[in-house]
Design a protein around this ligand. Sequence first.
Ligand code: DP6
Length: 336
Amino acid sequence: MKRISWKSPSNIALVKYWGKHGVQLPANPSISFSLNHCYTETSIQLHEGGTGIQSFHFEGEAKPSFIPKLQTFLDRVNPLLPWLSDFGLEIHSKNTFPHSSGIASSASGMSALALCLADAHAAMHGEEIDRQLASELARLGSGSACRSVYGGFTVWGETAHITGSSDHFALPLLDIHPEFMDLQDTILLIDSGEKQVSSTVGHGLMDGHPYAAARFEQARDHVGRLKDILSNGDFMELADLIEREALTLHAMMMSSDPHFMLFKGGSVSVISRVMEIRATGEPISFTLDAGANVHLIYPATYADKALDIIRSEFLGYCQDGAYICDSVGKGPTKIS
Ligand code: DP6
């Protein structure tokens, strides 16, 4: 079979997935948007007669250390794609964002790989590619990856607020106010170090966490509220909700056993300043992943002002003054 290649974006969660059970099932629903510039390009080549992952190259270099994680993914998708057992898989992958930026590449990487496999499945069976199947496959590689198979805003996890939503795959959120269709995400690269806590360990910290039940309930409530905010276009309401989400994620890590503190001094300085600026009525907000980098979220109409603030006040907190300007993206594309 000929080579199949896809490019797929990273995403930023506004309501966070933190806690999982079973085979990659989320403890609560989450909402994110796909990015426009931060993505992974992956191509696969299937070799008849082989089996399992035969090789993995990242940015042109063989990376055998990634193979066990990829093999686990392949073993998990096998029941859905049984034909895979009769092929060996060669994978080449590269990111558009710097490897050492502290930006997780599992969402873009696993979604790109899942889209390649969904395509291979379609070629084998003569069926159209089904994004829902691609999302389900991506979830088996990394939870957040299932949200990256679409452009725009996405929901993953069963919620009474969204018809058809499921713990098994993500769905696109379609009723989005035009103001939010080009929402900006400027990622301040405050710390590019290795992750202190892997996401699997991080999710595991929610098992037996004293605040777990309240957190999952809060996230379920936030999903319903964010869905309404995304359609009514009120930025200040969005800001209030996404900051509470980001801070709760970190509060969960700070209060788990063992506990972690993933903020750096620079993260706290930026966050406090953003809250101060917004209190004067300016439309700027933040969210965080499970790391120290701060994602500044603001409307496109505020971009000039935001960039002035970033350059005059925040660059000193960024390692080597580095930041990435991104925004809501259109989702994955097939590379011919
Ligand atoms: C904080 O999707 O990386 O970014 O399913 O173990 O691969 P695994 O976890 P992962 O967790 C993402 C956690 C988060 C929040 C989010 O993206 O919703």
